[in-house]
Design a binder for this molecule. Structure first.
Ligand code: SAH
Length: 341
């Protein structure tokens, strides 16, 4: 059976014709998919006959809340169970300017970054577009609050699940679906350069964030195996082309690890690498994971690193740490809750 929330409006129109209904019905049904409903029978302006046809041909639900934990700072982490029993995590963070959902796009991850808990669990499968947007829908339903920003910074590498992530972004963005502006959507990648080039051609005004973490190849390779495939020079080249094509600012994420990538020399080296680029550096105090070897840099070192970048003309800010008491912070999301044993 087709998962109805995986479909774009155009695809739904085709499917509706196939079950012998008029095309315009698709618009009506599509709008319902993004409201607070659990069952086709709640689509109150449709006939019983059509509702029965929908039940026979489509699946509505993609996932359900298995568990949730609330942080002292208001962040909530959800453990969702998918229809095949696999589990993923998502997070809602509350900021002054609105609520941000951090969504997963794969069950597990292939990339193997040695500081990230999601990598430790290996890769199971890609999430479908419907499974991605349903995380946002379920969070809105559970909190009773609207999500205004979406970040693809949960489990998985979004550019390794390219088609489904792009389709999900179009649904998130669609005024008739979730209606969240593309400028309020961010994709974070470890740097799959072919798909950075593809993204530049999509004509979606979303934000691109690059997990850089070091400007030195030997250090980055030690943290992120992907750097063996695409080194920093190639990655920066791809970013420059992206900026040229889209005229959009890139965010470089840099998790500071004590004694690994946080020296004065590291900051100067990074400033040199990014000089003249339309970009911004987001410094993240690294979060400790189970069996992880890395320690967080001291606050003084983090601020000194930021100040040095700013002095050199590179805009840099420190990311606020939210949800670390419930293992909901960057790099702490897993496929199930077993990391909290
Ligand atoms: N696969 C994507 C998105 C998921 S990770 C990516 O690599 O970007 C989201 C962000 O959290 C990335 O910038 C990632 O590098 C960072 N991150 C991962 N583990 C972390 C940790 N232990 N501490 C701080 N940031 C971490």
């Amino acid at each position: 059976m087709i998962n109805i929330r995986d479909l774009s409006l155009e695809e739904l129109e085709e499917e509706i014709l196939k079950i012998g209904e008029k095309k315009y019905r698709a618009k009506q049904i599509f709008a319902w998919l993004y409201r607070d409903i659990n069952d086709f029978s709640e689509m109150t302006d449709l006939s019983k006959d059509l509702i029965n046809k929908l039940k026979e041909n489509f699946i509505l639900k993609n996932l359900e809340i298995e568990n949730f934990q609330k942080s002292v700072d208001g962040t909530i982490k959800y453990l969702f169970k998918l229809n095949d029993g696999h589990k993923i995590e998502s997070v809602i963070m509350k900021y002054k300017y609105g609520n941000t959902a951090c969504v997963s796009n794969q069950v597990g991850c292939k990339m193997g970054c040695n500081f990230c808990a999601s990598a430790k669990i290996g890769f199971i499968r890609n999430l479908t577009p419907g499974e991605i947007v349903s995380q946002i829908l379920e969070i809105q339903k559970h909190t009773g609050e609207k999500i205004s920003n979406v970040v693809f910074m949960g489990i998985g590498e979004p550019l390794d699940n390219y088609e489904n992530v792009i389709k999900a972004i179009r649904l998130i963005n669609n005024p008739k679906a979730l209606n969240i502006g593309a400028r309020h959507i961010s994709i974070s990648t470890c740097g799959l350069i072919e798909n950075i080039a593809r993204l530049a051609d999509e004509n979606i005004q979303c934000n691109l964030c690059i997990s850089l973490h070091s400007s030195k190849d030997e250090v980055r390779t030690g943290m992120m195996p992907i750097n063996k495939k695409y080194n920093i020079g190639e990655l920066i080249e791809a970013c420059k082309k992206y900026i040229e094509k889209t005229n959009r600012r890139i965010t470089f994420e840099y998790a500071l690890v004590d004694g690994v990538n946080d020296s004065k020399d590291d900051a100067l080296h990074l400033a040199k690498l990014l000089k003249g680029m339309l970009c911004h550096v987001n410094l993240i105090p690294i979060n400790k994971i189970k069996d992880g070897v890395y320690e967080k840099s001291s606050t003084e070192k983090i601020l000194a690193f930021r100040d040095l970048l700013n002095e050199k003309g590179i805009v840099a800010t420190v990311r606020r740490e939210l949800g670390s008491d419930i293992a909901a912070a960057c790099g702490q999301l897993v496929r199930d809750n077993k990391n909290e044993e």
